[in-house]
Design a protein around this ligand. Structure first.
Ligand SMILES: [Zn+2]
Length: 72
């Protein structure tokens, strides 16, 4: 991914309950487990898709949640 095509959003502008949902409802490709949780969330828009990227609370690898337009 090229950084210049990302539109950075402020994750912390979201309501508290949405933040919690994003932080808890994760899928980790490294652990192959869902809902392990993430830390250090960063939100950005890339090619019309909204991403919330953070670190897996279990293994520390990057986890990515993708939202299509119907979701946001
Ligand atoms: Zn993990």
């Amino acid at each position: 991914m090229q950084d210049e095509q990302r539109e950075i959003r402020d994750f912390y502008q979201r309501p508290e309950d949405e933040q919690q949902a994003f932080l808890e409802q994760t899928w980790c490709d490294n652990c192959l487990e869902e809902n392990l949780g993430m830390s250090d969330p960063q939100e950005y828009l890339y090619k019309g898709i909204l991403f919330v990227e953070g670190r897996c609370k279990k293994c520390g690898e990057a986890v990515l949640t993708e939202l299509t337009e119907e979701d946001f």
